[in-house]
Write a protein that binds this ligand. Sequence first.
Ligand SMILES: *Cc1c(COP(=O)(O)O)cnc(C)c1O
Length: 382
Amino acid sequence: MSSKTATTPTMQVPLFDLRQQHEPLREELRAAVERVFDAQQFVLGPEVQALEAELARYCQTQHAIGCGSGSDALLLALMALDVKAGDEVITTPHTFFATAGAVARLGATPVFVDIEPRTYDINPALIEAAITERTRAILPVHLYGQCAEMDAINEIAARQNLPVIEDAAQAIGAEDRGRRAGSMGRIGCFSFYPSKNLGAVGEAGLLTTNDDALAERLRALRIHGGATEYLHREVGFNSRLDALQAAVLRVKLPHLDDWAQARRAKAETYTRLLTSARLSFPLAPPYLRANTHHVFHLYVVRVPAEVRDPLMAHLRAHGVGTKVYYPVPLHLQECFHYLDCKEGGLPEAERAARETLALPMYPELTLQQQQYVVDVLSRFEP
Ligand SMILES: *Cc1c(COP(=O)(O)O)cnc(C)c1O
């Protein structure tokens, strides 16, 4: 591996940059934080209720229920659907750990189904063969900001009488045939981890649903299962959204569509530049499914496995941030050895783990920075 020119970095392009997002909102954010101190209601309360109403409208659902994190949202969703020890939940191996971790935490078994190689989302054509009499739910992930194939998944779910939980942690505002992420399954799960498209300044999460009874149960489960204070119908846990996070999120939410639009424009620019660049190796830009609105939480490209790691070293040496999401598919994680999934068993997920890398993506990325990233890529020789 070598570069045509061994120059020192001329530009720094981080993988993402929150400073630029927060700077113009500084005064508004400060006022929002002070409002919480003045109200002295720090957990749940009116600030959280207001955010829930705004997010229900944004996600086009009847209900939105705040909770402690995206991981907790997944756990609460599974609990509200009565997923228990011995049950099975069908999901994807190519995702953040929490998706399958939530299933295993309840003593249930994650059943991994391979991904569709262009979108990296769960392959609906392989779901039905994985359904058994123990299957209790299907848990697709809208990976990188593009919705999984919800029509196909919902059709299987309806036929098999199974609920669908959408892991929409990376996809707030994304759409599939005009329907928003989190509004197409029985329950939607969102994360406001700081680096997500809508980020808090700490941990926060959300559940969405159109089912009144489920919404009520989720509201109880996040406060130890108490329907009213001190009266517990069932055992939940503590996963409340705090008012400081809600206040910050309410400042940011009105900008979310503009930020998503900027991400989409940056993605288009990358793809155009990469397609016309003279690269010394094959590179597949993200694939856009028809009739979807991709919000580009991440811009992930595919290159040959033997090129990937030296290419990333080359990018970093030239000041360009890059990362592999996700280097070890979940079915091959040590904690899931008991599932007895063999290497080679889910070939597309395993190939994606070897061949993909993310390029810098955030709404404030400049054309000059993008041109620099593509220039650095084109100077790489395997
Ligand atoms: C971030 C993320 C989660 C977990 O969210 P946290 O708020 O970090 O707990 C779950 N699933 C996916 C796909 C994610 O990207």
